[in-house]
Design a protein around this ligand. Structure first.
Ligand SMILES: NC(=O)c1ccc[n+]([C@@H]2O[C@H](COP(=O)([O-])OP(=O)(O)OC[C@H]3O[C@@H](n4cnc5c(N)ncnc54)[C@H](OP(=O)(O)O)[C@@H]3O)[C@@H](O)[C@H]2O)c1
Length: 236
């Protein structure tokens, strides 16, 4: 690689990259020549670690449980001086998604609200100053987060937590009227992962490369958008 190419190399931080869509985001950015920081929970080896051999020094694996504010602050310290072109908060959980809200336990509801709404915003609020002017801050939302499109119910606690994420991201965006950064909430489609299950309509390869295309094409646009993997606006 020439020094000119090195200068142009961009960096993405993918939060929640041990498996599923987050792992695929790391793979896709590496394939496109980016330097990637990917986070995992705990010390255990994950499929992300299998990429280290081929990625070399373009992949840095960091540890982060997004539900632990001290770990978010510690990651911010460790990444001081690492300018990010993309911060993508992907981590999320779905618990008892078959239960209507009246049957969902308080613990499951609270855990989804914390991990899917509060914690991603804490990550963004803590790490946003690492994102370069003109960079992108994205969070993995869901088509289920759309209040306007909710005509069928289902996944009710999860749906509410992702709608909360969208609302909190709107509040964050509203506080930054002169921000030069691009803010995105992404609906990746229903994808076959541990969370999406075997009946999901899309393979990961049909979702994540398109998601990265959307992030790339939106770079430089100011304001917050809620988009699907095809770059189409999803109704709030
Ligand atoms: N699959 C779909 O159809 C679909 C559709 C719409 C939106 N989404 C969203 O896309 C994102 C990824 O989903 P997926 O299908 O890839 O799910 P997945 O296979 O269950 O993977 C979830 C990822 O989130 C991480 N995670 C969960 N809680 C965390 C925490 N407290 N701190 C740090 N990392 C945490 C997991 O890490 P561990 O390995 O440590 O558990 C894992 O890397 C989620 O936000 C999900 O809601 C998925």
């Amino acid at each position: 690689m020439t020094s000119n190419e090195q200068q142009k190399q961009q960096t993405a931080l993918i939060v929640g990259a041990s498996r599923g869509l987050g792992l695929a985001l790391v793979e896709e950015y590496l394939k496109r020549g980016w330097r990637v920081v990917g986070t995992v929970r705990g010390q255990a080896r994950t499929p992300l670690h299998d990429l280290e051999a081929s990625a070399g020094d373009r992949l840095l694996i960091e540890q982060l449980d997004i539900d632990v504010p001290e770990q978010i602050a510690a990651l911010r310290e460790r990444l001081q001086g690492v300018p990010l072109d993309v911060l993508f908060v992907n981590a999320g959980i779905a618990l008892d998604s078959d239960k209507p809200i009246g049957e969902l336990g308080t613990d499951a509801f609270v855990r989804m609200m914390v991990t899917n709404a509060l914690s991603p915003m804490r990550v963004i609020e803590t790490l946003d100053t690492l994102v370069a002017p003109g960079g992108v801050i994205a969070a993995m939302s869901s088509g289920l987060a759309s209040v306007g499109n909710n005509t069928d119910g289902g996944w009710e606690g999860y749906r509410a937590s992702k709608a909360a994420l969208n609302t909190l991201m709107r509040s964050y965006a509203a506080r930054q009227p002169v921000s030069t950064r691009t803010l995105l909430l992404i609906a990746p489609g229903w994808v076959r992962t541990d969370m999406g299950g075997p009946d999901a309509t899309l393979d990961i390869s049909e979702s994540i490369p398109r998601v990265v295309d959307v992030v790339t094409s939106q770079t430089g646009c100011s304001g917050l958008q809620y988009l699907n993997r095809l770059g189409e606006t999803v109704p709030w």
